[in-house]
Design a protein around this ligand. Structure first.
Ligand code: AHR
Length: 493
């Protein structure tokens, strides 16, 4: 076992960790909405207004702060008026992006808002720019957030909702450089400016507008947004988004369950690379916006593998192992580290799609290793990031640190440390010195397992969080990190 030094300085406060960094993304894709979140009122699966109770409870447990919907690529072909009113008369559509299946629109605005109410999370709605109109988006905002007398509020009331909902997060388009219209950056910037002008703040509701940002490392797109989104009276947006999938080759995605050690490290190296990409986008944003008025939102991130054998290739259903858990740990640490600019992140996707935190099959539900990372890391939500450093021990022949960490403090003084070890062979002992702090009480939890370990419907608790012992020493703590593990420590002084 190797020993590594760690230093924490609670006096060196860095940035606020917005709870929205721990967000999820849900799209009308495969079984994310239908079967995942929504089963309908008549289902035998226990539900509230058609929404699965087990899934709601699981998301409440990890304090899900925000949920993005209805896409993804789906957002730019979604027409919200088709998803309101009497279900039997809702217009059907073809989901051209995801398997060409017929979408019956039984899950629409009211159902999504109800889902967010049940979980207790903020809704984040992505509006249709690619195939929608300015009027359509404008009326959607009026429908959801206006309390007065208007055609849209009459319609909402007729559909059973008297009071408006609160809507803060509004995405104006999705991947408009690709599935959202194949636009060039300057063109999109112009379209964005027009659309956002008609997304009004009705009394009592203030929108936080999100413009489509870059794919991965596309700095040209970011530069163009920053150059073109400042209007006559200031910024026309509150944030730009960014999408980053840990995927090397779109034509050869590989298996979620079967992989060599080499593929394991390759994937984690890719995940860790988001640090460099965020740093580059931040440098551009800092030049145009040194006051950091605009946020960067990583509203799609995660792993993307071949679908599980025998499943619809358009449904993007993949299993989830301890390897995915390590991707999540590394990514969340990076988002925490950049929380001076990164104000939200949404893993793709919440249920049954890509790096899902939850999988369902009929009435069965399992939480994945990735879910358990969100469980371990949830205590960072709304904390203050403080300075920490661990000796940088690299994985041999890789540009990848073995240990990744975040430390935050809450207003009540509780300190939360998360540490992960992605080495497959080395156990580390972290000798952690905490400056100016007399450690009074310590508790810890661990997630660990062989890299291929996963939860399935017959073995739902194969990989799960367990209580863990941490040693208190003079001036700090000592934490043992087994290979392929993540540990969360809570310290009260
Ligand atoms: O998450 C799956 C898809 O990936 C989304 O629909 C799209 O925005 C991205 O390309």
């Amino acid at each position: 076992m190797k020993s590594l030094r760690m230093v924490i300085n609670p006096n060196d406060k860095r940035s606020h960790i917005n709870r929205e960094i721990y967000g999820n993304f849900s799209e009308h894709l495969g079984r994310c909405i239908y079967g995942g979140f929504y089963v309908g009122e008549d289902s035998d699966i226990p539900n509230t207004d058609g929404i699965r109770n087990d899934v709601v409870e699981a998301f409440k447990k990890i304090k899900l702060p925000v949920l993005r919907w209805p896409g993804g690529c789906f957002a730019d072909e979604y027409h919200w008026k088709d998803g309101i009113g009497e279900k039997s008369s809702r217009k059907k559509m073809v989901n051209t992006n995801w398997g060409g299946v017929t979408e019956d629109n039984s899950f629409g605005t009211h159902e999504f808002m109800r889902l967010c109410e049940l979980i207790g999370c903020e809704p984040y709605i992505a509006g249709n720019v690619g195939s929608g109109t300015v009027r359509e988006m404008s009326e959607w905002i009026e429908y959801m957030t206006f309390d007065g007398v208007s055609p849209m509020t009459e319609l909402r009331r007729k559909n059973g909702r008297e009071k408006p909902w609160k809507l803060k997060y509004l995405g104006i388009g999705n991947e408009n450089w690709g599935c959202g219209g194949n636009m060039q950056p300057e063109y999109y910037a112009g379209v964005y400016r027009q659309f956002q002008s008609f997304c009004k703040n009705y009394p009592g509701n203030e929108l936080y507008k999100i413009a489509c940002g870059p794919s991965g490392g596309d700095c040209n797109w970011t530069e163009s947004m920053m150059k073109n989104l400042k209007g006559e009276y200031g910024w026309t947006t509150n944030a730009i988004s960014m999408h980053y999938y840990s995927l090397k080759d779109w034509n050869n995605k590989g298996s979620a369950r079967e992989f060599t050690d080499d593929k394991y490290y390759e994937l984690l190296e890719l995940a860790a690379n988001v640090d460099t990409l965020i740093t580059r986008h931040k440098e551009i944003m800092n030049r145009y916006d040194p006051e950091k008025k605009l946020g960067l939102i990583v509203d799609e991130w995660g792993t993307w593998f071949d679908v599980e054998e025998g499943t619809n290739p358009g449904f993007l259903y993949q299993q989830n192992t301890m390897r995915d858990a390590m991707v999540a740990a590394i990514s969340l640490d990076i988002f925490n580290k950049h929380s001076d600019r990164v104000v939200m992140a949404n893993i793709a996707q919440a249920v049954n799609v890509l790096q899902a935190v939850i999988l369902t099959e009929g009435e069965k539900m399992v939480t994945t290793p990735t879910y358990h990372i969100f469980d371990l890391y949830k205590e960072h939500q709304d904390g203050t990031l403080i300075y920490s450093h661990v000796t940088d021990e690299k994985i041999p022949d890789r540009n990848l640190s073995a240990v990744s960490q975040s430390v935050s403090v809450q207003e009540n003084g509780a300190m939360h440390i998360t540490l992960s070890n992605c080495s497959l062979t080395e156990e580390y002992e972290i000798d952690c010195c905490i400056l100016d702090t007399a450690v009074n009480s310590v508790s810890a939890r661990i997630l660990t397992g062989e890299a291929h370990a996963l939860n399935d419907f017959d073995h739902p608790d194969n990989v799960t969080v367990k209580p863990y012992d941490v040693e208190t020493v003079h001036g700090g703590i000592k934490v043992k990190l087994p290979p392929c593990s993540a540990v969360a420590v809570e310290i009260n002084a």
